[in-house]
Design a protein around this ligand. Structure first.
Ligand code: ACO
Length: 323
C-alpha cells in the first residue's frame, strides 16, 4: 500500500477590472503592437481598491472546493503561494482560512515569486504523502499590480492580478507510478537575485518597493532553467513529451512558452495559453491556466499534465501530475 496525493478540484478568480494595452499606451511610451509582439499579452486584470490577495485566494478556493464537491471543513491544510501578501504577518493563508470559516488545520504562505504555486504544490503533496494532513487547498494568488512602478514600461506592461486553487487529497492503495501527483523538481539560485527583484522590504528599506527586472537577461535564463527542470522530471519518470496530454506553463511571456515547447518538441496544440488574457499573474498563473483548461473542457480526468515555472530568486521548477 502506498500513499499518494490526487487533484480533485480546480478553481480560479479574476478581478473584474480589465486594463488593456491601449490604456497602458496612454500611461507610458509603449504600444499595443509592441506588447503583443514581444510578450503575447493583450490585457490583464487589476484588483479593485480594497480587494486583497486573501479575497482573491478565497474566491478561487471556494470554486475549487465546489468543483471537488467538498466543504471547507474537510480541508486540514492551506498552502498559499504569493509575493503580495495582505500584510507582513500573519500569513495570508490564515486570512483565507478565516474567510472560509475554518478553525482547524494549518495554513501558511510560500514565497517563491512566479514559482510559488509549484513550490506550494510540492510542499503540500509531500506533507500529504507523509501522512501529516489529509486534504489540502493549494493556492496561488496575487495583487501583483500593487508592486508595479507604473512609469517603468519595461515591467508595467507584463503583470496582472488573479488567483487559482486546487484541492488535493491523500489516498491509500496500490497505484501505478503515473497516477495522481507524480513528481516535482524545484530549484533556486540566489546569485541571480539582482536580475529580478523588488527594491524594498521590511528589513531593508521599510517600504514595499517596486519590481525591477533585466528582462532580456531573465528571458535567457528562463528557457534554459525551465527546460532543465522538465528534462529532470521526464528522465526520472521515463516519460517523454509524447506522453504529455497538456503543457500548463507559468504564463510570463508567449515567446518563453514557445521557446520551451520547441526545445522539448511539445506541439503548440498541447500548450495551454492564457498569458494573452491574464498577463503574468506570478504565483497565480499556473492554477489559473489549469482551471481554464479544465473548465473549457480541454483537460479531462486522467490527462497527464506537465507544468513549469520560473521567477525571482531565481526560482524555478516543473511538476508532473495526472488529473
Ligand atoms: N514598450 C516599448 N518599448 C519597450 C517596452 C515597452 N513596454 N519595454 C522595453 N522597451 C524597449 C527597451 O527600452 C529597449 O529599447 P532600446 O533598444 O532603445 O534600448 C527595447 O524595447 C528592447 O528591450 P528588451 O528588454 O531587450 O526587450 P525584449 O525583447 O527582451 O522584451 C521583455 C522585454 C518582454 C520584458 C522580455 O525580456 C521578457 O519577457 N523577459 C522575461 C520576463 C520573465 O519571464 N520574468 C520572469 C517571471 S517574472 C517574476 O518572477 C516576478
Amino acid at each position: 500500500m502506498a500513499r499518494r496525493s490526487f487533484i480533485c478540484g480546480t478553481g480560479s478568480y479574476l478581478p473584474e477590472r480589465i486594463l488593456t494595452n491601449a490604456e497602458l499606451a496612454s500611461m507610458v511610451e509603449t504600444s499595443d503592437e509592441w506588447i503583443r509582439e514581444r510578450t503575447g499579452i493583450r490585457q490583464r486584470h487589476v484588483a479593485a481598491d480594497g480587494e486583497l490577495t486573501s479575497d482573491i485566494a478565497t474566491a478561487a478556493a471556494r470554486r475549487a472546493l465546489d468543483a471537488a464537491g467538498i466543504d471547507a471543513s474537510a480541508i486540514d491544510l492551506i498552502v498559499l503561494g504569493t509575493t503580495t501578501p495582505d500584510q507582513t504577518f500573519p500569513a495570508t493563508a490564515t486570512a483565507v482560512q478565516a474567510k472560509l470559516g475554518m478553525t482547524g488545520g494549518a495554513a501558511f504562505d510560500i514565497q517563491a515569486v512566479c514559482s510559488g504555486f509549484l513550490f506550494s504544490l510540492a510542499t503540500a503533496d509531500s506533507m500529504l504523502r507523509q501522512g501529516l494532513f489529509q486534504r489540502a487547498l493549494v493556492i496561488g494568488a496575487e495583487t501583483f499590480t500593487r508592486i508595479i512602478d507604473w512609469s517603468d514600461r519595461g515591467t508595467c506592461v507584463l503583470f496582472g492580478d488573479g488567483g487559482g486553487a486546487v484541492v488535493i487529497e491523500a489516498r491509500e492503495g496500490d497505484f501505478a507510478p503515473d497516477e495522481g501527483i507524480i513528481t516535482h523538481h524545484i530549484r533556486t539560485d540566489g546569485t541571480k537575485a539582482d536580475l529580478l527583484y523588488v527594491d524594498g522590504g521590511v528589513s531593508s528599506t521599510g517600504t514595499i518597493g517596486h519590481v525591477r527586472m533585466e528582462g532580456n537577461r531573465v528571458f535567457k535564463h528562463a528557457v534554459a532553467n525551465i527546460s532543465s527542470a522538465i528534462e529532470a522530471v521526464l528522465q526520472e519518470t521515463g516519460l517523454t513529451a509524447d506522453d504529455i496530454d497538456w503543457f500548463v506553463p507559468h504564463q510570463a511571456n508567449k515567446r518563453i512558452l514557445d521557446g520551451v515547447a520547441k526545445k522539448l518538441n511539445i506541439p503548440e496544440s498541447k500548450v495551454i495559453i492564457t498569458v494573452d488574457q491574464h498577463a503574468n499573474t506570478s504565483a497565480a498563473s499556473i492554477p489559473l491556466a489549469l482551471d481554464h483548461a479544465v473548465r473549457s473542457g480541454r483537460a479531462k480526468p486522467g490527462d497527464l499534465i506537465l507544468s513549469e515555472a520560473m521567477g525571482g530568486g531565481f526560482s524555478w521548477g516543473a511538476s508532473l501530475f495526472r488529473l
